[in-house]
Design a protein around this ligand. Structure first.
Ligand SMILES: [Zn+2]
Ligand SMILES: [Zn+2]
Length: 151
């Protein structure tokens, strides 16, 4: 999904669920890890975690956009826009936004300790657990793996 398509989607959700236009910027953040998105109070732009732009996470993306738009519209209207405010909880419920970032496995990717490289095709594999190199070969080409990390 491109920046433009994302902006379009945010606009559609804003109009159909909040009955109001979204007239600020949406940015894609490629460095966010476990957060789905963020609303910036200073210039009112939204940031969306790039991981959620993949087609398989479309439903999650919509839930995240609704969450960020809830901050956005309440803040601009001078109402309670924080997570603990009852205005926030009520509106979030009405539009069906997520309270928490859905778990799509982003948390687990932080725990990866072992990195293997296929000597033949160059594919890298990240694993939480150690692989027995005498028993396992590259899943793509069948080549021999070497351990890159930890050394
Ligand atoms: Zn929030
Ligand atoms: Zn390979």
């Amino acid at each position: 999904m491109t920046q433009q398509e994302l902006a379009q989607l945010v606009q559609e959700i804003s109009l159909s669920f909040f009955d109001q236009k979204f007239s600020h910027q949406v940015k894609i953040n490629y460095r966010m890890t476990t957060t789905g998105g963020r609303y910036h109070l200073n210039d009112h732009h939204l940031e969306i975690n790039a991981h959620f732009l993949l087609p398989q996470y479309h439903d999650e993306l919509i839930g995240i956009i609704k969450h960020e738009l809830t901050h956005y519209h309440l803040h601009l209207a001078g109402k309670g826009y924080r997570h603990c405010d009852s205005d926030f909880k009520t509106l979030l419920n009405q539009v069906g936004g997520y309270r928490y970032t859905p778990d799509i496995g982003l948390r687990r990717t932080k725990k990866v300790r072992y990195i293997y490289l296929c000597q033949y095709c160059g594919q890298k594999f990240r694993r939480v657990r150690r692989i027995n190199l005498r028993r396992y070969v590259c899943g793509i080409c069948g080549g021999k793996l070497v351990q890159l990390a930890p050394k």
